[in-house]
Ligand binder design. Structure first.
Ligand SMILES: Nc1nc2c(ncn2[C@@H]2O[C@H](COP(=O)(O)OP(=O)(O)OP(=O)(O)O)[C@@H](O)[C@H]2O)c(=O)[nH]1
Ligand SMILES: [Mg+2]
Length: 383
């Protein structure tokens, strides 16, 4: 950010950086353009800001066009992604979804009353903004027999993680079969990892198969299986132990593998909680109670770990921002800089990392430096 801006213009720009909806971003940038002094020193910046503004306006137009195409869809089913990750809450009737949603987001949706439409809210957890969707209940593994079933499954498919809510006071196996079954019948897989299989479709050239040993079949057998699935050209790469089921799932473009967690709720109503060990090694589980405040932390930490998120705190002089920059594990200073502002990479000079409990608590680093959770980052750019 150039220093030759008025305080009002700088504040408008800051509002843009912190805005969470496209509409707020547009408003802040329009204010910035109106407030910024127009001279040679700001010419380049204004040009770039106008470009960003046009892009944002185009994205709104696109969204409007999309919602026109989905006319007839109840507005509650048109959900714009916001925050750092979007989480679907699903469960059978009266399992405690809305109660959990209220506790985590501070919403006041009526509980004990059947939810008919999804509700959306933000769960703020130590610097991370999780967008939660509280869905109507799923009482059958057959999505077409669920009210709004297709729309619900479409939204779950688009979210970043599914949180399966299991009521400890109802039949646990029935709930698991119903929910995991409904997801599977909608081609959303939550109970097995993403297969170590890559397939590159080709128009001609026959089939090339690498890593057949991992499945324990010969290349010819696998080619036969592929041909029986109407696949006769392409490059198949198997890079880890896998089964034939993994192969058929991986070859189906409409199947998605979705990260999931299982939340066993109403733990205050049962004497002891024994979580199913087998299942919980496949999908991480926690026990939860709306009456126990410590449940909130357990839930937040599980989301953060399952999604592999790290929080990086940005420092500007003495001020550390309250909302973290949320990145995937393995992210570098470059990823952080890109997320703050596209210009930051181009104008990058160096960064300072402050890392508690490290041998070197303060380091001067470059763009390729790997960040860790809880790092404090200051980026210095060329003016
Ligand atoms: N004791 C206790 N009761 C809970 C807990 N969570 C939910 N309940 C109760 O369970 C009942 C159902 O809760 P809701 O949150 O409305 O359940 P839901 O899953 O949203 O229900 P539908 O929208 O109909 O599918 C209510 O009476 C809640 O008070 C909990 O952790 N402990
Ligand atoms: Mg509800």
């Amino acid at each position: 950010m150039p220093t030759n801006l008025t305080a009002e213009a700088a504040a408008a720009y800051q509002r843009y950086l912190e805005a969470r909806t496209v509409e707020d971003k547009i408003k802040a940038l329009e204010e910035f353009i109106a407030l910024a002094p127009k001279h040679k020193g700001t010419e380049k910046l204004l040009k770039q800001v106008k470009k960003t503004l046009t892009k944002l306006k185009l994205s709104v137009e696109k969204r409007k066009a999309l919602s026109k195409r989905t006319t007839g869809t109840h507005p509650a089913f048109i959900i714009q992604k916001e925050g750092d990750a979007q989480i679907s809450l699903i469960g059978v009737p009266a399992s405690g979804k809305t109660t959990l949603f209220n506790v985590l987001t501070g919403s006041k949706i009526q509980i004990g009353k059947k939810s008919i439409f999804p509700s959306v809210g933000i769960f703020r957890f130590s610097g991370i903004y999780f967008q939660l969707i509280d869905f109507p209940s799923i009482a059958s593994p057959n999505p077409s027999s669920i009210l709004h079933g297709k729309k619900i499954m479409g939204l779950i498919r688009n979210s970043d993680l599914v949180s399966i809510i299991i009521d400890l006071t109802q039949d646990i196996q029935w709930q698991l079969d119903t929910l995991i079954g409904a997801l599977r019948n909608s081609k959303i897989i939550v109970d097995r990892p993403l297969p170590p299989i890559k397939f590159e479709k080709r128009r001609k050239g026959g089939l090339k198969i690498l890593g057949a040993d991992y499945i324990g079949y010969s290349e010819e057998d696998i080619a036969d299986i592929l041909r029986s699935l109407n696949v006769s050209n392409g490059l198949l790469e198997i890079y880890g132990p896998a089964t034939i089921e993994d192969l058929t799932l991986a070859l189906d473009d409409s199947t998605v593998f979705k990260p999931a967690i299982i939340v066993f709720t109403k733990s205050d109503l049962v004497e002891s909680v024994i979580l199913p060990e087998d299942l919980c090694t496949k999908i991480p589980c926690i026990s939860f109670s709306a009456k126990k405040p410590e449940s909130i932390k357990t839930f937040g930490n599980l989301l953060k770990n399952k999604l592999g998120l790290i929080r990086v705190w940005t420092r500007k002089r003495d001020i550390i921002k309250e909302r973290a920059l949320v990145l995937k594990e393995g992210a570098t200073v470059r990823d952080a800089a890109e997320k703050i502002h596209t210009d930051f990479v181009k104008k990058f000079r160096y960064a300072i990392i402050e890392r508690k409990n490290s041998k070197i608590p303060k380091m001067r680093v470059g763009l390729n430096f790997k960040l860790e959770d809880d790092d404090i980052l200051s980026i210095f750019i060329k003016e």
